[in-house]
Ligand binder design. Structure first.
Ligand SMILES: NC(=O)c1ccc[n+]([C@@H]2O[C@H](COP(=O)([O-])OP(=O)(O)OC[C@H]3O[C@@H](n4cnc5c(N)ncnc54)[C@H](OP(=O)(O)O)[C@@H]3O)[C@@H](O)[C@H]2O)c1
Length: 278
């Protein structure tokens, strides 16, 4: 894993970062970069319906929907996969300026961008996740043949400012990565919902059930973050022999339990990622 510093981000300020599509994920990353020291005037956002916080930032120097983007060190492609073909041509001229393209679109292969920008254009395909908004994301990335080590380090600097970074060995790993870490935060949030529902089924009031479920996931995640112990050991630490947790884990760890369910869910996500490739 690579960790980067605010200095890497500040160094991007000179030629700037352009973000095509600044919704939930592009916005989460931009928030992280600004928090890491990217000056607002170094950021350009292209988005037909920018959120209020982007309009407020425009008053502090962020460039919002300029007629034309003249230059960028990095152009982040963060629109939905389904609108990428329509949206991306508006930044294609940046290939002639030596910009690094960084796509975060699920499913969309590097070859798609090479057909738009040319095979000589440096392109990094990345899969971040929304905890990037609080600096706790994880981004997996891989570059095309035109992406040099310097380009990869630049992409890692951007991704590293909002969490951990891993470099993939093959683009074919990206569907599985998307199924685990890209979509994964939703599984964890659903775990909170499921635990709260289970609490309600045991006659706890709604609000109490949700408070207990949410704080338990937050606390368990923080413990996993701070502890050197494996997930297995942390689980064993909760599980008294013959106690309540063991009774629950007999259900969750049964052959048709959570691992089987998660495996099916992730397989469905990976399949959808492959479908999005068209
Ligand atoms: N959300 C995640 O957890 C996550 C994680 C990893 C990767 N991704 C990837 O990130 C990308 C964005 O996902 P998202 O969840 O952030 O979606 P989103 O919230 O809908 O953000 C996309 C943004 O692009 C805007 N847009 C639409 N057409 C455009 C155009 N022609 N030019 C410029 N901007 C345009 C959208 O505006 P409108 O809303 O007005 O259409 C929206 O603000 C997707 O490719 C997704 O696969 C998402």
């Amino acid at each position: 894993m690579t960790q980067t510093t605010a200095a890497d981000i500040a160094a991007l300020a000179e030629r700037g970062v352009t973000i095509l599509g600044c919704g939930k994920m592009g916005g989460a990353m931009l928030r992280g970069w600004l928090a890491a020291g990217l000056p607002p005037e170094a950021a350009t956002v292209l988005d037909p319906a920018p959120a209020d916080w982007l309009r407020e930032l425009a008053a502090r120097g962020l460039r919002l929907n300029p007629e034309r983007v003249e230059d960028a060190a990095v152009c982040v492609l963060a629109v939905k996969p389904q609108v990428m073909a329509k949206a991306a041509p508006q930044v294609a001229h940046l290939a002639g300026r030596g910009a690094l393209f960084m796509s975060i679109a699920a499913g969309t292969p590097i070859s798609f961008f090479e057909s738009l920008f040319g095979a000589d254009a440096p392109i990094v395909r990345a899969m971040p996740n929304t905890p990037a908004a609080v600096g706790r994301g994880v981004t997996a990335l891989i570059g095309n043949a035109a992406a040099t080590e310097a380009h990869m380090r630049l992409a890692e600097a951007l991704a590293g400012a909002v969490g951990a970074v891993v470099r993939l060995e093959a683009e074919s790993q990206m569907d599985a990565v998307t199924a685990i870490s890209g979509s994964g935060p939703a599984y964890v949030f659903h775990m909170i919902e499921a635990m709260a529902a289970a609490g309600r089924a045991l006659d706890l009031p709604d609000e109490l059930a949700m408070t207990l479920a949410r704080q338990t996931v937050i606390g368990a995640a923080e413990l996993a973050r701070r502890s050197d112990a494996s997930a297995e050991q942390l689980r064993r630490d909760v599980t008294s022999p013959g106690g309540t947790t063991a009774a629950a884990l007999e259900v969750l760890m049964a052959p048709d339990g959570l691992t089987a369910l998660m495996t099916r869910a992730a397989a469905a996500a990976a399949r959808r990622s492959r479908e999005l490739a068209g």
